[in-house]
Unconditional design. Structure first.
Ligand SMILES: Cc1cc2nc3c(=O)[nH]c(=O)nc-3n(C[C@H](O)[C@H](O)[C@H](O)COP(=O)(O)O)c2cc1C
Length: 139
């Protein structure tokens, strides 16, 4: 059976909401990137976001420390302005020999007065449907 993990970094809780919706959809726990990865996973949903245009170093550290435990990475993200963290995560992945799925999930994340309430229920439902699609479950 395919082993799935959901990992995330979330400073203000937005990406954590996506992580939890995705984890619930695929039947695992959402775990912060700072927790050690104890076993390999065929598929790792990795959630991140941007702070002054960059993903947090905790995300990079997670990928560096666990590259041989990650079968394939699926990116998901929230941001106020940037359209996705995909390019940044993909670049780090390439440096660490990690395969990244082409499909990804991104939605707006609230920041100050911008995008209040995002991710909202609709975003979370879309994230869950995305995750089920990726792992091949019926939506
Ligand atoms: C310190 C800080 C800097 C940010 N810089 C950016 C940025 O450069 N571009 C952007 O699109 N969003 C930026 N944001 C907005 C966050 O990416 C957005 O709120 C995101 O949903 C936060 O995710 P999190 O709650 O999981 O930490 C910034 C947020 C913070 C707190």
């Amino acid at each position: 059976m395919m082993k799935i993990a959901v990992r995330y970094f979330s400073r203000t809780g937005n990406t954590k909401k996506l992580a939890e919706a995705i984890a619930k959809a695929v039947g695992v726990e959402a775990v912060e990137v700072s927790a050690p990865m104890l076993e390999k996973a065929d598929l790792v949903f990795l959630g991140s976001s941007v702070y002054a245009a960059g993903v947090d170093s905790a995300v990079r550290n997670f990928m560096e420390d666990n590259n041989y435990r990650i079968g394939k990475l699926v990116n998901f993200s929230t941001a106020a302005l940037l359209s996705s963290t995909y390019d940044q995560v993909k670049k780090i992945a390439e440096l660490n020999d990690i395969e990244v799925a082409e499909e990804e999930f991104h939605c707006r994340g609230s920041f100050a007065f911008l995008h209040r309430g995002r991710p909202n229920e609709e975003d979370l439902a879309e994230a869950a449907a995305f995750a089920r699609r990726v792992v091949g479950f019926k939506a």
